[in-house]
Design a protein around this ligand. Sequence first.
Ligand code: PLP
Length: 361
Amino acid sequence: MTGERVYNFSAGPSVLPEEVLKKASDEMLNYRGSGMSVMEMSHRSRIFEKIIGEAEERLRRLMDIPDDYAVLFLQGGASLQFAMVPMNLMGRTGRAGYIDTGHWSSRAIKEAGLFGEVEVLASSADRGYTYIPAMSPIPEGLSYVHITTNNTIYGTRYTSLPDTGDIPLVADASSNILSEPVDIRKFGIYYAGAQKNLGPAGVTVVIIRKDLAGGHLPKTPTMLRYDIHVEKRSLYNTPPCYAIYMVGLVLEWVEAQGGVQTIYAQNQEKAELLYWFLDQSDLFSTMVEPAYRSLTNVPFFLPSEELTQTFLKEAEAQGLVNLKGHRSVGGLRASIYNAMPKEGVEALVAFMKDFERRYGR
Ligand code: PLP
């Protein structure tokens, strides 16, 4: 990190690569000789069509997305996908299966219940969402099965995918898209709000197998129909142009790092360093079962609220910020998305070691 910048462990919106922020700043007033900012351009202009087209191409290359899938840049966050998914897919049978792995999947379940019958196929609520539950055999007649690939608050992630056979698997990948390789062919829909691993808030990426668009429930608003957005290539109305441009710059950065495999190796190194420290510490603890540990969100705890507050205050004074755990679980959490450099995690672990030396028994 340079200058006055801190190591920002926010769960989202989150740290972006410095190279991306610098490039956006250089291009702010005059984007590549156009004499204007990307913020000031018509979304129907050639120049913007190139920006959105290149962002899509980069994501297709990075994730190896085949031609029978569309890549959409939508608004409304992952939360709107909680509604769009059932509105567009539930019509097939009127029933959908959901796996409950915590706060965000519960929200998705609640929203789906507005549009049809929801069957919770498995839940990890019994042990405080500290693991990923195994799924019982899938009942007949489900329109789709929904999972949350990484649970931002509890720090769990799917390390192997459930086998749903012919039933489309739908995934909320908001907090781990592009952090590790995935086979997109295993999913019917794979969606993510951008503000953690992909760019700024304001755009949601939806990767959808094209044959799943078009089956929406009657009276689904036009703006919420996947088939419309697929047909219009995300340009049915004014898209979040600047956020899409920023996502394009982040994807360019990921390519320059060597792609998803390289990023994955870096993420593993960062996460291992932090978990290694937590596992051997007598002062800090983590609840997440080792087999399901997230590479992007690491929740951890100190023995008392008083010590937790002292930790947050002292960490901030050292430029290690946004380490407070989600209000529903308390404690601490380090979000270490793609753009968090290894040095940031090293600085955190060094601080934690010193904290333990001073406050441990
Ligand atoms: N799903 C997951 C896994 C998340 O972590 C979040 C936000 O933190 C959301 C959904 C909600 O996303 P949004 O604010 O884009 O609606």
